[in-house]
Design a protein around this ligand. Structure first.
Ligand code: SF4
Ligand code: SF4
Length: 200
């Protein structure tokens, strides 16, 4: 009972006091450089940050970790003449698994035969409904849709993004998720090598 009413409260107050003191210690250690400098931002984003601090957004932005997820984008590989070759085959798996059903895909068809072609004629995501769960990216068999890091999407209108708006180069994906992209590129390269070995 004593523990319940005495020690616990003191322990909690001790944590608050420690944070309070550390705030000023870190301010003194980083005198004048804790805010609005790249080093200060990096320090506050790290596990070495002590005490309480604010992020002076939008002047300051704390870097997001690689696995941070925001509204997805479509990855394209650039062709030799700058063509945007979307990886998407319009298989529809992402639209099926999307919990709030905010993905719409229109398949292309061959004008001569009327048969479907593995290329989306249109691809839309309602960014106002997307809950950033990342399931579309998890389930896509072609690494064609990935979660973005760009979280500054506020606008005064409805945010339904079309194929044009959603498309971003593979190099952008590699820049925001280098570890993931590296693993996937290595896996694809191994698959190609295995195929080449089989066909020899
Ligand atoms: S993004 Fe991926 S899962 Fe979605 S339709 Fe395209 S290829 Fe299929
Ligand atoms: S992140 Fe989730 S909610 Fe958003 S489009 Fe993908 S599956 Fe749908």
């Amino acid at each position: 009972m004593n523990d319940m009413y005495g020690k616990g409260i003191l322990k909690g107050l001790g944590v608050s006091l420690k944070r309070f003191v550390e705030t000023y210690l870190d301010d003194l250690t980083w005198f004048g450089k804790r805010y609005r400098t790249d080093a200060g931002i990096a320090h506050r984003a790290s596990k070495n940050a002590r005490g309480i601090f604010t992020v002076q957004y939008p002047e300051e932005k704390i870097p997001v970790p690689e696995e941070f997820r925001f509204v997805p984008f479509l990855v394209y590989d650039e062709g030799p003449n700058g063509e945007k070759n979307l990886r998407c085959t319009s298989c529809g798996i992402c639209a099926k698994v999307c919990p709030p059903q905010c993905i719409w895909i229109v398949r292309s068809t061959d004008p001569a035969t009327g048969r479907p072609v593995p290329d989306p004629a249109e691809f839309m995501i309602d960014a106002d409904i997307c809950m950033n769960c990342g399931l579309c990216a998890e389930y896509c068999p072609f690494d064609a849709i990935k979660m973005d890091h760009d979280y500054e999407l506020a606008s005064g209108k409805r945010n339904v993004y079309n194929k044009e708006r959603l498309s971003k180069p593979a190099l952008y994906y590699e820049s925001i998720r280098p570890l993931n992209a590296g693993r996937e590129n290595a896996f694809r390269a191994a698959k190609v090598a295995a195929h080449a070995g089989l066909s020899e």
